[in-house]
Design a protein around this ligand. Sequence first.
Ligand code: 5GP
Ligand code: MG
Length: 176
Amino acid sequence: MEPDIQRHTRGKLLLEADAIQQAVRRIAGQIDRDYEGKDPILVCVLTGAFLFFSDLVRQLTIEHQVDFIRLSAYGYSTSPGKPAWLMGPSLSIRNRHVLVVDDILDTGETASCIETSLRMLQPQSIQFVVLLSKMSRRRRSVLCPYVGFDIDDHFVYGYGLDLEERQRSLTSIYHV
Ligand code: 5GP
Ligand code: MG
């Protein structure tokens, strides 16, 4: 949309800002319904989820808390290996309902690593919320009831997702 035009001319538009915001509202509505009275903690996976997360929590009407975690960059690769845990959460999640909010579910390695680590902190429940999912690349099965868009296997950027650590602030999503 408008702010993108000044900064960005290459790449192919995949998801326009309006479509993204519509998906954010839809997911917020689902969470409102499913977590009414449960006071969940929404955990943002830095850095890629930062815009999705901030738009999502502002659409919620239920009581909730926010927190942040960071794993080592491990990026878009097919090489095996596990991301290392770098930060958070800072709130106690013991006996709490946790919603982990990430930008994209690709192979599922990151999500399954997050799930294993957070389960050790004994939350009452954990669910994943992702804006994008590349089902065809999944190596680990991850249950994710809140998905914005299922996309084909191409590298995407914008709306929090990076292209070599740039272009994260674009309001739409593009592919190379
Ligand atoms: P995983 O393969 O563990 O499910 O995803 C790992 C991480 O790779 C994601 O959280 C995201 O940061 C990054 N990633 C996967 N696909 C893409 C993509 O198309 N674009 C960008 N910018 N990052 C991606
Ligand atoms: Mg990520």
